[in-house]
Structure formats: structure tokens, C-alpha cells
Design a protein around this ligand. Structure first.
Ligand SMILES: Nc1ncnc2c1ncn2[C@@H]1O[C@H](COP(=O)(O)OP(=O)(O)OP(=O)(O)O)[C@@H](O)[C@H]1O
Length: 746
């Protein structure tokens, strides 16, 4: 074993030395995340287990001069490391490779060695960097395999780096969640407690407490992919959310430690979280999606161009070049394929070089080949020293072997935690083995479901059935699922749990400074408030112009306007009847204009996106709110103004410039007042808004009229103007307060 470690060390050292020599002139300023120059044996975290891949594969960095990712450039990647020229070295990608390579030294420092099975696994990738397409069924170049420590995206002092994260959620004592209101935030001084999660389900008459997770213990280290498996409803997503710091309300028990530190909000910027449903804007292209995310999420010290380059790098890394200009698509717009969509979601998260990457069922809905490639991407990301956790439903056997660690859950209890490769041995040691050749994942899921049709069961369970416990027996003479579940939980508790818990007590093998880095970093926005506003404004315009200007909507508005214009064709305001008709027309128009823009959507419909982006600390809520309001405004205005133009002139309303522009201004104000308010406000708006707008329009239209219609019983328009302006600010403020509250409770 020692020999192996030493030989790996030597290999890493030799390659690292070569690189340092090649890049020495520009590497001087490269620092470790702890701020020190990267040194051999510096106490830095483990290098990824496959430093060999780092040497043969390479970062997808691009030269500044060319955005043309020609295949020959990519083909040359594996050889690039030996040929770094000074320009490229000064680019982020080269620095990234260089810094990664230098961490080959820390590889053996913390005792990480590559298991033999991984060596076998990894072979095909190191020597094939051909730029074929993932979706098309051939291998694209590997993702960012450059390992261990900081991946610097930028030269000079604008580096962004990640910190390796050791994640523990272990148990030593029984835990009652009422002990702690928010255990994720407590400092634990090394005392770990079980992760539990309970919810209170309130019925009409009864209130029931449901325990969803029953004390889950485990750990995952940089360089590893941990898979959470279990039947539907077993608690995978809940556990993933909890570990990702997304479940912090009362009900959560135990502690989750990140490099021996509790979760803090600063950690948000180190975590990438890919949710089960891809929350993406359907009308943005792949490149736009990733570029806007880069603008908002990458540190503000990077220039716009560098951020764009990073987005392009990710596009290349994930093999999305071919569809980079295709819209994401949604229910009504055809867009990229499911696999590409999933990769865009992953890209959104890896852009920031997260220390921890969480994914909720990244392969659901994908065919087995695409699923395998997606997991391969995760594997590569982990190899670059990141910590990856993913839930997975029914992996194929090839896919199963890509996981380093496995958690098997059944009804919220832990049935297995350990190396994925040892899971079968463990279950056979407790008397459960497949009777026929079976995909290990299928076997494990069958067990977790309590289905033992093609599985041998231990004699003690068979005895139970023979003794004749009818409730523990199924019709085919096998033990019932409940009995199997109980047995598996007990077996894990008695044979493995204690051993694992002891292991978890050992301190994380990195130095104190690095440990504290994970939580001590200040919360930093990727852009200033003003920049956030402008980016969100532009993104809003781009995304929503399609919704606003669909042909269907334009034809609908124009057709209504023309019909009204024909019905009130050149109406006469000189007679009392004609005047009354015009008043009715204005009333009808107000209702029509209102329906044009309120039919589009309200804030809650964008809630998922807002939640996702705010959870990642992408921008301030105020910047979003203002950008959203202002970017919608021109779009909101176009159709109502178009409508007004047609009706106004067809119906022959008062033809002088002042009256016309005041009418447009009134419409503008009422649109701002009524724009995208939450549903609960809209009924108040409905009552007050139509009334004041309508009266103001009448006032403008007939102010100097010789025969004011009977309905005009006001002395001046000031009341209506004041009411409308109050509504503009009032409703906007209410909408903002609503958004804030919604955020707090989500
Ligand atoms: N807030 C909640 N209130 C009530 N029940 C909840 C809540 N959150 C989770 N559950 C329940 O906890 C159980 C586990 O849910 P979870 O979504 O974690 O399962 P899962 O293993 O991810 O399932 P799937 O594979 O189907 O996505 C389910 O029975 C679910 O209904």
C-alpha cells in the first residue's frame, strides 16, 4: 500500500515539476486557497484521485484571440500541457491547468490513492480527446479534469477559487430536534449528531408529525461522487436538500459539517445545486443562459470578456457547442433536447467552480447512454477535486460503477452507507444476494423496497416465515417488505453504523486555515447593484419579448381594436347620445387594455427561477424587482398603445395632440400601477384602478367640452391623478413586500 502511495507521489511530483518548470515565469503569483504559495506537503487537501488524467486531459481553456472552437484545438488538448505558450499560460484556463497540476503533490499527502477499479475505469478517457458529440452518441472531450486545489479563472489578483469540502453528517448520540431550533447553524465543537427531518402535517382535525429521515450518517470527501439511492419517497431529495443547506426550518435535526464547520450563508456561493426540474428561461439560448449566469455569479473582479469566456469554456466542457445558439425551449417552444437541457443546468452551477455540487436526479428522463455521459461528467468534476452528491433513481450497472460512495435509503432510514463497490459484498455478508444475474442497482432497490423475489434471504428471516407469522409473510412464502426493511435497518445499525460513526469522528485531513476558509469568506455579489440591474434588465427584455410579441397576441389586440373602432366609427361627441357612446367606449377600452397586459403573467409564475437564483445569491431582490418592472414596461406598453392608437383615431376621439398624449400618459400610469402585482392585490386594484383611470380619461377628453356628459361629476382631475399615482407606488411597494415575504417563507 505504502509502495503504491509512494509511487503515485513520485509520478505526481515528476509531472508537477515539469509543469512548474514550464510555467515558472507566470506561476509566481498563484496562490493556494489559503493564500499560501502552493507547496509540496503544505497541508492542502487531497488532490483528485486521478492526477494521471489531469496530465493527459486538459482544461477546455481557450485563447483570447479565438472563439472558434475548432476541433483541432480540442484534439490537441491532451498534448497542450507540454506546450503551454506564454499567452495561454496567462489565460485563466492555463493557469487553471497549471495550478491543478501543481497540486499533484497533495495527492498522496492526505492519503488519497486511486482504487484499482478506478484505474481500469479511467483508461478510455485519458487517451481520447476527440471532439465528438455527447448527444450524438460519441464521446466529447472530458470535463475539466484538472484537479486538486484552486482553479484560477483569472490572472493577477482576480482569481476565483474553490475550497475542497469534506461533508459530514454523522451521529454520535440520539438527537431530539426540539433541542435545536436550527441545528445546521449551531457550532458543534466536533460533536456530531444524527440528521433527522420531521414535518408536521396539519389536517382539518388532527395534527400529525411525520419523520421523513431517521438519523442518517455519512460523509463525502473532495474527489468523490456520492449517490443517494432508494425507492420513490424514501427521502433522497429531502436528504439532498438538507445537506445542501436548503432545509433549515425547524424539524431538521442533527448536524451537517462542511470541513468541520457548520453551514453559514457564506457557503452558498461555494455550492452548486441542480434541481430535479431544470429551471431555465425557455426563450434564451444556451449561450445566453450561461453568459447571463456568468455575469451575475462570477466575481466582479473579472471583466465582462473573461466572464463570457468562462461561459464558453463551460459550453465546450459540457459538449454544448452544437446547440449553443438554440433556445432552451419549454412547453410551447421547441428547444434543446432533455440531455442538453440537463447539461445546461449543470453548466449553470459549475460555472462558479463550486466546491460542492448537489444534483437531484440528473439522469431522470434520459436514455441510458446519455445518462452514463451525464454521470461521467460528474465523475470528471469530482476528479477535479470537487465534492459531488447526486440522487439517482434506477442507474444502469455501468452507471452504478461510476459512483464512489453510496447511500441506500429505505423509508427514510439508512440501509447502507459506504463504498458503492462494496455494497454487494455487504449485503451478501448479511445474507442477501441475488439469485439470478442482476444489475446491482436493481438488486439494491429491490431490497430497499422489500422485494426479495429473486433474492436469497438470511436463514433467520426464513425461520420467521416458517414459524408462521402470517403478518410477516407474503403470499409467495417470502418475508413481507416491512420485515425485510426492519432487518436491513438493524443489520446496518449493528454491523456498520458504529464503525462509520467512529470514522467520522476523525478530523478532516486539511489544515485549520483551509477549514475556516469555507465559512469565513465574505458574501460577495458577482456584480454591483447597478450591474445586476442592467444585466437583469437586458435578460428580462430578451426573455419576455417572445411572450409579448407572439403573433397570436398581436392579432388578438389588433382585431379587438379594429372591431371597437368599427363599432364606434367616427363617433359624434356633439350630441348627448354620441357623447354617452364615447364614454362607454372609453370604459370598454380601459377594461380591454387592462386585460391585455395582466393576461401575461404575475410574479408567482416566475417564483421557481427567483427562488433558484436567490438561493445561489446571484443578485439582490431589489435589483431584480426594479429590473423586472422596468424591463416589462416597454413591453407592457407596446400592445396597449397600439390598441389605443387604432381605437382613438377610428372612433374619432378628440383630435388634438395634448389630449392624445395625456390619454397615452394615463394608460401608461395605469399600466405601471397594475403591472405584475400578486394575485391577492389584483382584486383591490380591480376595484380602484378601472374607476380612476376611466374618470381621468373622461376628464382629459371632455375638459373643455361645451356639453360635458352627465357622468362627469368631478370638479378637477386632480383626485384621479393623485389616486393613480398613489396606486403606481402603492401597488409596486405591495408587490415588493410580497416578494420579500415569499422569499422568507420559501
Ligand atoms: N414538507 C413535507 N411535508 C410532508 N411530507 C413531505 C415533505 N417533504 C417530504 N415529504 C415526504 O417525505 C417523503 C420523502 O420525500 P422525498 O421527496 O425526499 O422522496 P424521494 O426519495 O426523493 O422520492 P422521489 O424519488 O419520488 O423523488 C415523501 O413521502 C414525501 O411525501
Amino acid at each position: 500500500m505504502m509502495d503504491k502511495v509512494n509511487s503515485t507521489l513520485t509520478l505526481a511530483r515528476t509531472k508537477s515539476d515539469q509543469l512548474v518548470e514550464t510555467t515558472a515565469p507566470v506561476m509566481a503569483g498563484i496562490k493556494s486557497p489559503s493564500g499560501d504559495a502552493v507547496m509540496e506537503g503544505s497541508g492542502l487537501p487531497p488532490a483528485p484521485k486521478s492526477s494521471r488524467r489531469t496530465m493527459s486531459g486538459s482544461s477546455p481553456g481557450r485563447t483570447n484571440s479565438s472563439r472558434n472552437y475548432n476541433s483541432h484545438i480540442r484534439k490537441a488538448r491532451s498534448a497542450q500541457l507540454q506546450k503551454l505558450d506564454i499567452d495561454e499560460v496567462s489565460s485563466g484556463a492555463a493557469l487553471s491547468r497549471a495550478s491543478s497540476a501543481s497540486f499533484g503533490l497533495s495527492f498522496s499527502f492526505t492519503g488519497f490513492t486511486m482504487p484499482p477499479e478506478d484505474i481500469a475505469d479511467s483508461k478510455p478517457f485519458s487517451d481520447d480527446d476527440s471532439p465528438e458529440d455527447l448527444e450524438a452518441g460519441t464521446r466529447k472531450k472530458r470535463i475539466d479534469t484538472e484537479p486538486t486545489l484552486p482553479i484560477y479563472l483569472k490572472k493577477g489578483n482576480t482569481d476565483i477559487h474553490w475550497v475542497p469540502v469534506y461533508l459530514n453528517w454523522p451521529t454520535l448520540e440520539d438527537f431530539s430536534y426540539s433541542d435545536q431550533q436550527n441545528p445546521l447553524n449551531m457550532a458543534n465543537h466536533g460533536q456530531f449528531k444524527e440528521v433527522t427531518y420531521k414535518v408536521v402535517i396539519k389536517g382539518v382535525r388532527t395534527t400529525e408529525e411525520k419523520e421523513i429521515l431517521h438519523g442518517i450518517t455519512g460523509s463525502v470527501n473532495p474527489g468523490e461522487v456520492l449517490a443517494l439511492m432508494g425507492p420513490s419517497g424514501s427521502g433522497k431529495t429531502t436528504l439532498l436538500n438538507l445537506l445542501g443547506g436548503r432545509l433549515t426550518q425547524p424539524g431538521v435535526g442533527g448536524s451537517v459539517m462542511y470541513n468541520d464547520q457548520p453551514f453559514t450563508k457564506f457557503l452558498k456561493s461555494r455550492i452548486g445545486f441542480v434541481t430535479q426540474d431544470d429551471v431555465l428561461f425557455p426563450h434564451l439560448t444556451v449561450r445566453e443562459t450561461l453568459t447571463y449566469a456568468a455575469y451575475l455569479r462570477l466575481p466582479k473582479l473579472l471583466t465582462k470578456q473573461q466572464k463570457e469566456e468562462r461561459a464558453m469554456d463551460v459550453i465546450c466542457e459540457l459538449g454544448l457547442e452544437r446547440c449553443q445558439d438554440t433556445m432552451i425551449g419549454g412547453s410551447f417552444v421547441r428547444g434543446v433536447s432533455g440531455g442538453e437541457r440537463k447539461r445546461v443546468s449543470i453548466g449553470n452551477e459549475i460555472l462558479i467552480n463550486p466546491s460542492l455540487l448537489f444534483l437531484d436526479e440528473p439522469t431522470s428522463g434520459l436514455d441510458s447512454t446519455t445518462a452514463l455521459r451525464t454521470i461521467q461528467i460528474l465523475h470528471d468534476i469530482a476528479e477535479a477535486g470537487k465534492t459531488v452528491l447526486t440522487t439517482i433513481h434506477q442507474p444502469s450497472s455501468r452507471l452504478f460503477h461510476k459512483f464512489d460512495k453510496l447511500i441506500l435509503l429505505g423509508k427514510g432510514s439508512l440501509l447502507y452507507f459506504g463504498k458503492a463497490s462494496e455494497a454487494m459484498d455487504y449485503f451478501s455478508s448479511i445474507g442477501c444476494s441475488p439469485l439470478i444475474a442482476m444489475n446491482p442497482a436493481e438488486f439494491l432497490l429491490d431490497l430497499a423496497n422489500g422485494n426479495v423475489s429473486d433474492v436469497s434471504v438470511p436463514s433467520e428471516l426464513e425461520d420467521k416465515v416458517q414459524i408462521g407469522h402470517s403478518e410477516s409473510e407474503t403470499t409467495n412464502g417470502k418475508p413481507s417488505p416491512a420485515i425485510i426493511h426492519e432487518y436491513l435497518v438493524e443489520a446496518y445499525e449493528s454491523r456498520v453504523a458504529e464503525k462509520e460513526k467512529k470514522k467520522l469522528m476523525a478530523p478532516v485531513p486539511i489544515d485549520e486555515e483551509l477549514k475556516s476558509k469555507i465559512t469565513s469568506v465574505k458574501r460577495e455579489w458577482g456584480a454591483t447593484w447597478w450591474k445586476q440591474y442592467t444585466i437583469l434588465f437586458r435578460r428580462g427584455l430578451k426573455e419576455r419579448r417572445h411572450e409579448y410579441f407572439s403573433w397570436l397576441r398581436i392579432i388578438q389586440v389588433l382585431a379587438t381594436a379594429v372591431i371597437l373602432g368599427l363599432l364606434w366609427w367616427q363617433s359624434d361627441s356633439k350630441t348627448e347620445k354620441g357623447l354617452q357612446d364615447q364614454v362607454n367606449l372609453l370604459n370598454t377600452s380601459v377594461i380591454e387594455i387592462r386585460s391585455v397586459f395582466t393576461a401575461i403573467f404575475t410574479f408567482p409564475q416566475e417564483r421557481a427561477m427567483l427562488m433558484k437564483e436567490r438561493a445561489a445569491d446571484m443578485y439582490r431582490l431589489s435589483a431584480y424587482f426594479l429590473a423586472r418592472t422596468t424591463s416589462d414596461l416597454p413591453l407592457d406598453l407596446v400592445l396597449p398603445v397600439l390598441f389605443l392608437l387604432v381605437v382613438y383615431f377610428m372612433a374619432g376621439l378628440r383630435l388634438d395632440a395634448g389630449t392624445f398624449f395625456l390619454t397615452v400618459l394615463t394608460v401608461f400610469l395605469c399600466i405601471v400601477a397594475a403591472q405584475k402585482v400578486p394575485i391577492f392585490i389584483s382584486w383591490i386594484r380591480y376595484m380602484s384602478f378601472n374607476y380612476h383611470t376611466y374618470k381621468l380619461l373622461l376628464k382629459i377628453q371632455y375638459e373643455h367640452h361645451t356639453q360635458p356628459p352627465n357622468v362627469l361629476k368631478f370638479d378637477s382631475g386632480s383626485t384621479e391623478v393623485a389616486a393613480l399615482i398613489a396606486m403606481v407606488f402603492g401597488y409596486r411597494l405591495l408587490a415588493y413586500i410580497f416578494l420579500r415575504t415569499m422569499q422568507l417563507h420559501s
